[in-house]
Design a protein around this ligand. Structure first.
Ligand code: SF4
Ligand code: SF4
Length: 312
């Protein structure tokens, strides 16, 4: 590990404490910005780009106009409707400078993402060390895609292990083998997504094929011997067919082993409002899956001798 690992920087958009779905025990989950995939159902669209981005919350906006006056790029206009004003931000003009955020009296705007050093992140994580230790928890790095920032991710994982923390990583496993080897040296548990077993469908739904992903998952478990959990974001009408869940379970059982847990993560709607805050629209037509349907998919996973679970 490089000597100055504590000073390496990354772009972090959230540090979530008391997290209980991102690995064992109580965890602190560090979310990094930047992802190579563009999953149609992404729950964290503010993580897609590597740079900080403006988010706006129209329900908090009173139309006071303070942001309008503060913006050096004339990116903001006010839409007066029925006596109530709402700001409209032209994202093509916005340079994410943050001046409107300082001006807004109603916390209706924020920038997602800031540059932090490994030391700054670790200091925050270690504030919860008592709870983490008492619960058998640790630190999880999520995103976005942590493998898109291999140096920062490896340094943070190393620093966490040096501080006595269990480390986990949530990843789509889309990276070169060299990056996987470098980062997974410091990972105690990999929470690895399989979004679709058909490569053409995977490309249609996420923007990339799945061969590299499946090869990396095999490598992480079978060669690097890192414990893994397979996670399937379960999106009705997109990847929740019996055939796809069976193919995922078959891959897991035959290529990794029947001792590997498979977690089916039901679609939720959090990403929809976040997309609005980013001035984007989701290209997705689905609904939250029923409990019955999730139980049915779970029974398919179980039929391959695997321990399944609904939720993380
Ligand atoms: S972040 Fe800067 S450029 Fe963008 S809307 Fe606010 S003040 Fe204007
Ligand atoms: S400063 Fe805040 S409350 Fe006022 S118009 Fe802008 S976003 Fe709305």
């Amino acid at each position: 590990m490089r000597e100055d690992y504590m000073d390496v920087t990354g772009t972090v958009f959230n540090i979530q404490t008391y997290s209980i779905h991102d690995g064992p025990g109580i965890r602190v989950t560090v979310f990094l910005k930047g992802c190579q995939l563009r999953c149609k159902w992404c729950a964290n669209p503010e993580s897609n780009e590597t740079f900080p981005q403006l988010m706006t919350y129209s329900s908090k906006c009173t139309g006071c106009g303070a942001c309008f006056s503060a913006c050096p790029k004339n990116a903001i206009s006010l839409n007066i409707e029925g006596g109530k004003g709402r700001e409209i931000t032209d994202r093509k003009l916005c340079v994410n400078c943050g001046k409107c955020i300082e001006a807004c009296p109603n916390e209706a705007r924020e920038i997602a993402g800031k540059t932090m050093t490994v030391r700054q992140v670790l200091d925050k994580v270690l504030k919860d060390k008592l709870f983490i230790d008492a619960s058998g928890g640790g630190m999880t790095i999520s995103g976005g895609e942590p493998l898109m920032h291999p140096e920062f991710t490896a340094c943070l994982l190393y620093a966490a292990q040096e501080a006595g923390l269990h480390t986990a990583i949530e990843s789509c496993s889309f990276a070169s083998p060299g990056i996987v080897d470098e980062v997974f040296k410091y990972v105690d548990l990999g929470l690895l997504d399989i979004k679709h077993m058909d490569s053409a469908e995977h490309r249609r739904l996420t923007g990339v094929p799945n061969e590299t992903i499946l090869a990396n998952i095999r490598h992480i478990h079978n060669d690097l011997h890192v414990p893994v959990i397979i996670r399937v974001p379960t999106i009705p009408g997109y990847n929740d067919s019996d055939e796809n869940i069976a193919a995922t379970a078959r891959f897991t059982a035959e290529e990794l082993g029947t001792d590997i847990a498979v977690h089916l993560l039901p679609y939720h709607r959090l990403g929809e409002s976040k997309n609005e805050s980013l001035g984007k629209k989701m290209d997705l037509s689905t609904d939250i899956p029923s409990d019955e349907h999730m139980q049915h998919l779970l029974s398919i996973v179980g039929s391959y001798g695997l321990q399944g679970q609904i939720g993380g």
